[in-house]
Design a protein around this ligand. Structure first.
Ligand code: ATP
Ligand code: MG
Ligand code: MG
Ligand code: MG
Length: 562
């Protein structure tokens, strides 16, 4: 590809609104441009990387038995009504109407569409198990789109869905996707961890997130330095059990006597029945143990940065959850006795009580005049706390470390949530109808591109791993006005292409300094500089990653490159 006419405009300065390195570099090197807030266009270099990332994912999905499909971005709202998510998904779901006033949504995910497809076309156990995937555009009206394509409102996702006849089958499908994800992120040369995660709004129980370790990650991971234990801190309060003081442990034991609901019973109750809350914290309110429920989906970042856990009670549940779980009216604000020992503060709206202010995310659902120290006391069991760095790991191996992570992938065991809601059943060997058992598996394709840049750059620009570099080689004629350089550059371009290298050829009439700067910024693995020694048949080869430079005779170039 000739760079003179290639749409790869580079920028000298860091764009003002780009906070993180990947966003800055993708803009500066001409990979992406913002079209609207959280909505991006990919220029040729960006598109090439996307394609490479997609190809690796495709290869591994195909290897794991996945069948590629393509589903529509526009989905009838009725399908979301059927699954019960039309309201539950909230304002992130983009909605639209057609000319006949019919309701549609822009797909934020595709459980509904795939389940209805399979429902209509797969009827017998003989056609199962099935694993289908697509690489497709998703829409989520994120409250805070940011960091470029790391959190955008339109983005590319690989989403896969498995359908099995038994739980064991699902376990196998899940494991094979988990293994495929390990291979995929390894091939991108990412430093990542698979962590236990919160099942969130999508429902389901068993779930792992694939986290790329990075300071700018929005999730905190608690992991052991000596074992495979790793969990999103969102579920860490469940782990708190292991780090409680003796006094608090005694309290827990007292709670875990028959006839009372234990923390694990309550969380499992919620997982199974409310399919949402996984977090719980024990606090003491008015000398009574109070189980505080914390949900993971939104505003968790704000809660974290405010150190709310030190002195605040944080809880959240949907009105439906409140009603089903506590048997009280939605919107009820106040304590509910769950058992003799556990009181729950019931209010679906309360998010955080910080500095004496009790916030709510729904209009008209506020605690009024709440004062933390007066109305709530959390001092008695302060050792019963969030897991911290240096704590022993829950599996007994090693100690806990913290790291920040970017969620690039997520695997879920969904069970029968969607197959039951949408009627995706099959006839078993005895001719009896059963709901299919599902899993779903996502990878943020565009987010992964940015995550790779976060981990692979230096002060001069991007440093692409060969597996996803937009081109194999950057061939740079340093001075195109010099006849020898021009000739050697053109000849090399032709012969390297003949050798099946994908070459970006800088044939621009620019100064050497500009060309080298741009070349470092774009960060292809190898640069071949055709300069003053071209007349002697010598070129300069630079390895982007190490900075290593060597002069190579044209005759030896092919061998040097391999
Ligand atoms: P997050 O916690 O970052 O909001 P999520 O848990 O809502 O992500 P999933 O529903 O698990 O996302 O979707 C699967 C994958 O899609 C995620 O693991 C992530 O890599 C990617 N993804 C989700 N939201 C975005 C977004 N707004 N922009 C880019 N990629 C995204
Ligand atoms: Mg999200
Ligand atoms: Mg998430
Ligand atoms: Mg997720």
């Amino acid at each position: 590809m000739r760079q003179r006419t290639y749409l790869s405009p580079t920028l000298r300065d860091v764009p003002a609104d780009a906070e993180v390195k990947s966003h800055q570099l993708m803009l500066r090197a001409g990979f992406i441009r913002q079209t609207a807030s959280g909505i991006y266009s990919y220029l040729p270099l960006g598109k090439k990387v996307l394609r490479k990332v997609e190809e690796v994912i495709r290869e591994e999905m195909d290897l794991a038995g996945g069948q590629e499909v393509l589903m529509p971005a526009i989905q009838p709202a009725e399908l979301w009504q059927e699954s019960g998510r039309l309201g539950a998904y909230g304002p992130e779901l983009m909605r639209l109407k057609d000319r006949h006033d019919r309701d549609f949504v822009l797909g934020a995910t595709h459980e509904e569409v795939i389940t209805s497809l399979v429902r209509d076309d797969v009827k017998s156990y003989k056609k199962l198990p099935l694993n289908v995937y697509q690489i497709q555009t998703k829409y989520r009206d994120e409250r805070r789109p940011r960091f470029g394509v790391l959190r955008s409102r339109e983005f590319i996702m690989k989403d896969a869905y498995s359908f099995d006849t038994t739980r064991e089958g699902l376990d196998e499908s899940y494991q094979s996707m988990y293994d495929a994800y390990q291979s995929i992120f390894t091939r991108f040369q990412l430093d990542f961890r698979a962590v236990e995660a919160d099942s969130g709004a999508i429902g389901g129980t068993d779930t792992h997130e694939f986290m790329v370790l990075s300071e700018i990650g929005e999730d905190t991971i608690a992991y052991s330095n000596e074992s495979d234990f790793a969990a999103n801190i969102e579920i860490a309060p469940v782990i708190v059990k292991y780090t409680a003081s003796n006094e608090a442990k005694a309290e827990l034991e007292r709670l875990e006597t028959p006839n009372t609901k234990t923390i694990s019973e309550v969380t499992s109750f919620l997982n199974i029945n409310a399919e949402k809350t996984i977090k719980s914290l024990l606090y003491i309110v008015d000398e009574q143990p109070v189980l505080v429920l914390v949900r993971g989906d939104h505003d968790v970042n704000e809660i974290k940065v405010s150190n709310a856990f030190d002195k605040a009670i944080v809880q959240l549940a949907t009105p439906e959850e409140t009603e089903r779980f506590l048997g009280c009216q939605p919107g009820y604000v106040g304590p509910v006795k769950l058992s003799d020992d556990i009181t729950v503060i019931a209010d679906h709206a309360v998010e955080a009580i910080v500095n004496g202010v009790c916030g709510a995310n729904v209009k008209d659902y506020h605690f009024v005049n709440v004062n933390v120290d007066r109305d709530f006391s959390v001092s008695k069991y302060t050792d019963l706390r969030m897991i911290q760095e240096g704590d022993p790991s829950p599996d007994g191996k090693g100690t806990i470390q913290f790291a920040m992570g970017i969620e690039v992938g997520h695997v879920f065991k969904l069970g029968t949530k969607y197959s039951e809601a949408l009627g995706a059943t099959f006839l078993n060997e005895l001719g009896k109808s059963e709901p299919m058992i599902m899993g779903c598996y996502g990878i943020g394709v565009s987010r992964t591109v940015a995550a790779i840049v976060e981990q692979h750059h230096d002060e001069n620009g991007m440093v692409w791993p060969t597996s996803v570099a937009p081109f194999d080689l950057h061939l740079v004629t340093i001075n195109v006005k010099d006849e020898d350089q021009k000739r050697v550059g053109e000849e090399l371009y032709a012969s390297l292409k003949g050798l099946k290298y994908d070459v970006l050829f800088d044939d621009r009439p620019e100064r050497a300094g500009v060309k080298f700067k741009d070349s470092d910024l774009i960060g292809l693995p190898i640069r071949i500089g055709v300069g003053k020694k071209a007349s002697e048949g010598i070129v300069e080869v630079k390895v982007r990653k190490t900075g290593e430079m060597l002069e190579v005779a044209l005759d030896d170039l092919e061998e040097t490159l391999t």
